[in-house]
Design a protein around this ligand. Structure first.
Ligand code: ADP
Length: 269
């Protein structure tokens, strides 16, 4: 891989988020380079999903900065403070922030815990919806790409099936194809296997491993520590809204520097 391939795609600095009195994120920093697979691990409630949702604008942090590809930057503290700095700056700051947030959102795609497929549309219609409606891709091109992607995850013959006719693992694979069809720079996965029966987890993890091997840039919230260990090149352990430990999997899993990381791994492994 050439050095330019390792250029930062997304940088997050000092991300803060509270829900009412619940201070959920307390200054989270994250660097995602092209081709990275970043695993966010940690106890339930530690803030992993909120970090992920902050990266694509599903959640609005109270403070912090996101920078995409050295280009659009969103400074959430400035955005929040804009209300007190006069109508012109206020309006301009809000417009810039909104445009930059849209750029972040457009260049990423999220795979959710529950696949969120439209129940009354076929697999193919679910996949072409985003490209044709949101990105204005011509239908024939969107269908070609959808068929190619469905074939890649072993679901070519399911193109005309409805979601309820598929197993949970197949539904989640369609969820992944739907995200891929948007041709995002960054794939975000929010516990993509945690709602599945144990025997269906493997087929979804296999697809994710293949994507990683193909060089997709991925941030994955997961309880599947063996997946994180095998596939991620960067692991962040969160606890109480802070990144307690980060590094290569062999460091975090086999030689953690922090007692909190060790206790978490002892409980889980
Ligand atoms: P994790 O993914 O590590 O389990 P989350 O990011 O989902 O953690 O949640 C962190 C904390 O934020 C939890 O206490 C959760 O209840 C709270 N939280 C998350 N989303 C919301 C929300 N939309 N409204 C209120 N509280 C929320």
């Amino acid at each position: 891989m050439s050095p330019t391939d390792r250029a930062p795609l997304l940088t997050a600095r000092g991300i803060e988020k509270s829900f009412g009195d619940n201070h959920v994120l307390r200054g989270v920093d994250l660097d995602v380079c092209r081709g990275d697979v970043v695993a966010l691990i940690g106890p339930s409630g530690s803030g992993k999903t909120t970090v992920l949702r902050s990266l694509n604008g599903l959640e609005t942090p109270d403070a912090g900065v996101l920078e995409l590809d050295g280009g659009p930057t969103v400074d959430f503290a400035a955005q929040a403070g804009a209300t007190s700095t006069g109508w012109f700056w206020n309006r301009t700051a809000r417009r810039t922030a909104a445009a930059n947030r849209a750029a972040l959102r457009d260049r990423s795609a999220m795979v959710f815990q529950h696949h969120n497929l439209f129940p009354h549309r076929t697999v193919l219609e679910n996949v072409v919806e985003g490209p044709t409606q949101v990105q204005r891709v011509p239908r024939a091109a969107a269908v070609d790409r959808a068929e190619e992607l469905l074939a890649r995850v072993g679901l070519a013959e399911k193109r005309d099936a409805y979601p309820h006719e598929l197993s949970g693992g197949q539904q989640q694979r369609v969820g992944i194809v739907r995200a891929l069809a948007l041709q995002p720079d960054l794939l975000l996965f929010d516990e993509p296997t945690s709602a599945l029966d144990p025997e269906l987890v493997g087929e979804v993890l296999t697809v994710m491993k293949d994507l990683a091997a193909e060089g997709w840039t991925m941030v994955v919230v997961t309880h599947e520590l063996s997946f994180a260990r095998q596939v991620a090149n960067q692991v962040l352990f969160l606890d109480g809204g802070v990144v307690v430990e980060r590094g290569a999997p062999e460091h975090v899993f086999t030689d953690p520097a922090e007692e909190r990381t060790r206790r978490f791994l002892d409980r889980i492994l």
